[in-house]
Design a protein around this ligand. Sequence first.
Ligand SMILES: Cc1cc2nc3c(=O)[nH]c(=O)nc-3n(C[C@H](O)[C@H](O)[C@H](O)COP(=O)(O)OP(=O)(O)OC[C@H]3O[C@@H](n4cnc5c(N)ncnc54)[C@H](O)[C@@H]3O)c2cc1C
Length: 388
Amino acid sequence: MKVAIIGGGAAGCFCAVNLRRRMKDVDITVFERANKPMAKLSITGGGRCNLTNTFEDIGQMKEAYPRGFRLMERLFREFGPRETMRWWEKEGVKLTVQEDSCVFPCSQDAMEIVGTLARLMREGGIEVRTRCKIDTLPEDYDRIVVTTGGSPRKAGISFLEPLELKVVEPVPSLFALNIEDKGLHELSGTVVEDVKIGIAGSKFEGRGILLITHFGMSGPAVLRLSSYAARHLAEQGYKATLNVNWMRGANEEEVRERLRQYAREGKMVTNEHPRHLTARHWQYLLHRAGIAESQRWNALNQKEMNRLTSVLTADTYPMTGRCAHKAEFVTCGGIALSEINSKTLALKRFPNIYAAGEVLDIDAITGGFNLQAAWTTGYIVAKNISQQ
Ligand SMILES: Cc1cc2nc3c(=O)[nH]c(=O)nc-3n(C[C@H](O)[C@H](O)[C@H](O)COP(=O)(O)OP(=O)(O)OC[C@H]3O[C@@H](n4cnc5c(N)ncnc54)[C@H](O)[C@@H]3O)c2cc1C
């Protein structure tokens, strides 16, 4: 049997290695358009490779996989994060789990992951043809696996056009937000813990650490929001009103009570403030609420207290665009899951063609979940080819 794997990324290479384990005599060729395979994998997690997640902080799969959660839930019964961690450890890659449940190699080096897959492919006699961009579906193969990854344009998978598959329009996910606000930009580098950020007039919300940047906002809370609202924001041309709760999700009444306590103590507004906000950030928020820094807490009138409460719990910023660089960028969209046999990941109408990884309409928030999708789907395809 001859198997062609189109795309030498995380899903393609993982699939190739697992297929070799199950089928010693199959002829496996990986076609990769770049001059080396796994280029993206080598820069994941800032070069450290956040290869999976323990899922301890995830209540429902939908929180991790806004697209594809049902399929992932099903596939995890066969090969989920636990199996993935075991797989890598068996290959001699020691793993470490961070406090935030993200899993990395102990070496903190993505090249250990890349090197392990490259070695296993070499030892398994898997042919990797680099600088080989596939423009038409290869003939003379008994099975084809499409693992070309995410692409912000449908053109990335134009070689599938003859199959007339339903493709969900690809749009970017996991990006930082541009906000034109000079005062905010001056706080660039400020990290605020446990921020709730949402899009006005919608239910989309991200929660977690927020990083103020010289162009707007980034960090886990923002990347989560961009993932949940990826399609909505694309439809709105990346213009939206953002609502920010700077007070760890506390509601208006709770914050008002806290401010009243400060007023009882009668200190200066600049000296007594929520300690999770830096002094500079606090000054900026006072300014947004129109409160002079020279005031004492007990001199604030009701209107000023109301304005400050509102800034702290429902501060609003106009989003002017998405930041195209420096984020962990993945594609929302791809081959529609309705085209796929959810057990085998073969195309329903072309059972000898399979798909795995980000080329499918599956994507996740940050934290190792996207690579987990690549490992899981790559593994399931290998298993089903070997059983077909
Ligand atoms: C900067 C960055 C950091 C990231 N960090 C993390 C992280 O730490 N943890 C995490 O879980 N996720 C991370 N991600 C997301 C993760 O890298 C992807 O979701 C994952 O790589 C998808 O795997 P894949 O095999 O489907 O696609 P890819 O890894 O993108 O591989 C697809 C391959 O197919 C090749 N290809 C495409 N078209 C063709 C063609 N026509 N012919 C031949 N070859 C083709 C491409 O060159 C590529 O090598 C990160 C993404 C980025 C951009």
